[in-house]
Write a protein that binds this ligand. Structure first.
Ligand code: ATP
Ligand code: MG
Length: 417
């Protein structure tokens, strides 16, 4: 192979036959590459600056977005973890109850704690909903009508009142062949007035608070509120110390509406509870016992409630201490007893009650010590006007409430010990 070695002088163009050698790379001078380099460098700088700006804007956007999300999350968490009071205030200012879906959700989230008592229609449990205490009444399977009625009454518009047990939710849990009916309400640690009076004696102000607030609850129930979003008049039909709860502030809350009736004034109709349940015999008014009550006349049910309320006042007054003795040197009160405790057996029959209340026309005794205490004397007068044989002359709940409010204002601070 022929090798061609030529010495090329600088500055002299050499002629190299195309057919015999490879073309050498073109010669680029330094002067030619400067603008190119400048272009590359400035382009690179532009790209870096552009990327830095984009990165900065992105980071700022991302940080803003993250803080917005954090805000939304905390807000959402707040919205999804409401308290019972918050929920009730938001959705049922009118007192018609929480939306059914909310009620069902609450019912599913309840944690039962322990049983606090058993009645004729169900068992009451202390339970928790998201850490808040609630009472859950589990109705016996045979008591569907009571559950239904009570739920219906609690859902009545404008039912909410300081002296009516606060309704939270109602639900039915079914497992095919077996159904559990629940009613969830506020929980009151003192339990029923019946429980409370056995464990505590009362001073005059606490007696007046209990009596006035119980009357207030019954009065709210009995009162019809007119208007499109009004409230019908409601009669309880099972007023007794076991169906009244004692709140932490010493006031009463009326409970247990499984037997209540409502009066629809537009149609002049009484929506009688469609169950066979009857009230508690011991507290039944004479007209209920002798079945002369005119069930077409709504006020008749209110008058029967007032009779029972009179008996409850008697239970309260027995536990109010007064100073006794010739030298006023000791305190006295009566032992807790149910009305007619000394006249009828435990769980009295209709006949037992009829004999005492209708035939013999006996009423609970007014102890002589009450005569010496203005408040007890006033209350004795009120209860006697409540349990009068003639329903028409009994006081109305409004009258009782007003009298007790006046007494409460006067004697609210009169302490005995
Ligand atoms: N909301 C509540 N908070 C605290 N304790 C309650 C509450 N509701 C009921 N209880 C307790 O549970 C007990 C049982 O109540 P329940 O209404 O089932 O029966 P009762 O009123 O005692 O009898 P009855 O069946 O004749 O009405 C009450 O006596 C009371 O001690
Ligand atoms: Mg009860």
């Amino acid at each position: 192979m022929l090798q061609l070695h030529r010495h090329v002088q600088p500055g002299v163009a050499a002629h190299i036959p195309a057919s015999t050698t490879l073309a050498p790379p073109p010669l680029v001078s330094w002067d030619d590459s400067v603008p190119y380099l400048a272009l590359v460098i400035s382009l690179t700088i532009c790209i870096v600056v552009f990327l830095a700006v984009i990165g900065y804007v992105y980071l700022r956007y991302k940080r803003a977005e993250m803080s917005r999300q954090a805000y939304l999350m905390s807000h959402a968490a707040f919205l999804s973890r409401p308290t019972l009071d918050g929920l009730i205030d938001q959705t049922s200012g009118s007192g018609s109850g929480l939306p059914l879906l909310v009620q069902r959700t609450i019912a599913k989230q309840i944690q039962m704690d322990h049983s606090v008592g058993k009645g004729r229609y169900g068992e009451v449990w202390k339970a928790y909903w998201r850490g808040e205490r609630v009472a859950v009444k589990v109705f016996f399977t045979t008591e569907e009508a009571s559950w239904f009625r009570e739920t219906e009454i609690y859902q009545t518009v404008l039912m909410r009142h300081d002296n009516i047990l606060g309704f939270i939710a109602a639900d039915i849990k079914g497992t095919g062949s077996w159904t559990q009916m629940l009613l969830i309400t506020e929980y009151h640690e003192h339990g029923s007035l019946h429980d409370y009076l056995q464990m505590n004696v009362l001073e005059t102000p606490s007696l007046l608070t209990l009596a006035r607030s119980a009357a207030s609850g019954i009065c709210h129930l009995h009162t019809e509120i007119f208007g499109t979003k009004g409230k019908p008049a409601i009669a309880h039909r099972d007023v007794k110390s076991k169906n009244i709860l004692v709140k932490r502030n010493g006031e009463c809350a009326i409970a247990d509406f499984g037997l209540a009736v409502r009066f629809i004034s537009e149609t002049n109709e009484i929506d009688i509870a469609p169950n066979t349940r009857v009230g508690t015999r011991r507290y039944m008014a004479p007209e209920v016992l002798d079945e002369t009550i005119d069930t077409k006349f709504f006020d008749a049910f209110k008058m029967a409630d007032i009779y029972s309320l009179g008996l409850v006042f008697w239970e309260m007054c027995r536990r109010c201490v007064t100073v006794g003795g010739l030298n006023k040197n000791y305190l006295e009160e009566e032992k807790y007893e149910l009305p007619y405790y000394d006249m009828v057996p435990n769980d009295p029959s209709f006949d037992d009650m009829h004999q005492v209340v209708v035939i013999k026309k006996v009423r609970p005794a007014i102890p002589s010590r009450w005569q010496e205490n203005t408040v007890l004397l006033h209350l004795a007068q009120i209860m006697q006007e409540c349990w009068h044989e003639n329903p028409g002359v009994r006081l109305t709940a409004l009258r009782v409430k007003k009298s007790l409010c006046r007494l409460d204002e006067t004697y609210a601070n009169v302490k005995i010990v």
